[in-house]
Design a protein around this ligand. Structure first.
Ligand code: GUN
Ligand code: ZN
Length: 458
């Protein structure tokens, strides 16, 4: 193989985090190189720093230079439902009605492997287009929906976490498994997919109301049996849901206690939303090393409430929090848009979320929430080379506005407030160019041509 084929170098303004800005402050945490160089070999980062200082190591690397851009770790979306891309923007309901009226109708279509494969491909391509290189993903109750997703992710060599949804009550019969079949099907999927390439399995009880105690018990037993897997579920998203859990599980002190009791809290567990937590729940989140996926566009869209990030940081050990789209209740796969929404949620809670902190929550902080920060989320030697190149002038308005930015912090804030997937100039997956905006322009045209051809034929 020609040396250049697995050795690449990216030159341009670059950004990563060397620590947690919530702990050590924004300035100490941010590592910005105005003229940065990232060296990559065989899918891993081998060097990162100032171009002049590293240029002697360039030999044998294929160099690409990006101007008016920002190179950063690929974004990480800590909670999304791939089948729900086809029902984003469904009008007029709050959580429980929205689930019954839209979600449970849509998800029934995923018994069809071809449909699941088609939507998986679309979801992953849209993730790439948004600059997201890793996500923690809910499939549907159908094992084939997981097969389809993992196959599509494997084809793209993307680091993805996913799992079969477990639910055995309070959902249409066509979407219900049972405690035994849910366990067996999940176990077969774990054996086949967990640790294959860059894929990891998440045991996925949808949320406490849609699982019987027997199913939650089985999910806990499965996780104990395969402790390297992840566990994902929802918690305390809407007040009606919290009341419902209180009625369904009257013997438990609170919502999180249900999950705790069945062995579903701890490292590598990630809880979507966590808006209406009580003090004991916050404490158990921290003490157990459980993580939260903060889903601001979804919470606004469904009118669920305002996540309290400030509270997550209190207590001697703060809770790990990553940002998430929660598509299809979320209204965008773009983590830039998600950061902008997180800022607005914070403002409504009367505190401010700085741009470095928001970017952290979508990169290294999200990786920490998923317990993957030793592999992804930073630009540093040894890390997997999932990299995003942002165009800092992706629209004429942003181009104009950026001329008035005087610092990297200001520039980041303008990007998270005004930009979206149009800002993705390129994405590298394990050191390979996986998305290039220039080629996609051609791709879009091809799509238009195909549509035109169909129209002509019809
Ligand atoms: N709670 C249980 N299932 C879901 C889901 O699919 N989306 C959201 N936003 N909340 C849920
Ligand atoms: Zn969700």
């Amino acid at each position: 193989m020609h040396p250049c084929q697995n050795r690449i170098a990216l030159r341009g303004p670059s950004l990563t985090f060397r620590g947690d800005p919530f702990q050590i402050g924004d300035t100490a945490a941010l590592h910005y190189e105005a003229d940065g160089l990232t060296l990559v070999e065989a899918g891993k980062i081998t060097g990162f720093g100032d171009f002049e200082q590293l240029r002697s190591r360039l030999d044998g690397h294929q160099l690409t230079t990006y101007d008016n851009a920002l190179i950063l770790p690929g974004f990480i979306d800590t909670h999304a439902h791939y089948p729900q891309v086809q029902m984003m923007g469904a009008y007029g309901k709050q959580l429980l009605d929205w689930l019954n009226q839209y979600t449970f109708v849509t998800e029934q279509q995923f018994h069809d492997p071809a449909h699941a494969r088609h939507v998986s491909e679309l979801f992953l391509d849209q993730c790439l287009r948004a600059g997201t290189t890793t996500a923690s993903v809910y499939c549907t109750v159908h094992p084939s929906s997981v097969e389809a997703f993992f196959e599509a992710a494997k084809d793209r060599d993307m680091r993805m976490i996913a799992g079969k949804v477990l639910m055995d009550r309070n959902a249409p019969p066509a979407l219900c498994d049972d405690a035994r079949s849910g366990y067996d099907e999940s176990e077969a999927l774990i054996r086949k997919w967990h640790g294959q390439g860059r894929l990891s399995y998440a045991i996925t009880p949808r949320f406490a109301p849609s699982s019987t105690p027997a199913q939650l018990e089985a999910a806990g037993a499965l996780w104990r049996r395969y402790p390297g897997t992840h566990m994902q579920t929802h918690i305390s998203e809407s007040r009606d849901e919290v009341d419902w859990v209180r009625r369904l599980f009257p013997e438990h002190a609170n919502y999180l206690d249900v999950y705790r009791y069945y062995g579903l809290t701890g490292p590598r567990s990630i809880f979507g939303h966590a808006i209406h937590l009580t003090e004991p729940e916050w404490r158990h989140m921290a003490d157990s090393g459980s993580s939260i996926a903060h889903c601001p566009t979804s919470n606004a869209f469904l009118g669920s409430g305002l996540f309290n990030y400030e509270r997550a940081l209190e207590y001697p050990a703060p809770v790990r929090v990553g940002l998430a789209s929660d598509v299809g209740a979320g209204t965008s796969l773009s983590m830039l848009q998600t950061m902008g929404a997180a800022y607005k949620v914070a403002q409504l809670g009367h505190y401010s979320l700085s741009a470095p902190r928001a970017f952290y929550m979508a990169t290294r902080g999200a990786a920490q929430a998923l317990y993957l920060d030793d592999r992804i989320g930073s630009i540093a030697p040894g890390m997997e080379a999932d990299l995003l190149v942002l165009d800092l002038a992706s629209t004429p308005l942003i181009d104009f506005r950026m001329r008035y930015c005087r610092s990297i912090e200001e520039a980041l804030f303008v990007q998270m407030t005004l930009a979206d997937d149009r800002a993705t100039r390129a994405v590298y997956i394990a050191g390979k160019l996986a998305y290039d905006a220039k080629e996609t322009m051609a791709g879009n045209n091809a799509y238009a041509l195909e549509a035109q051809a169909k129209k002509n034929a019809g």
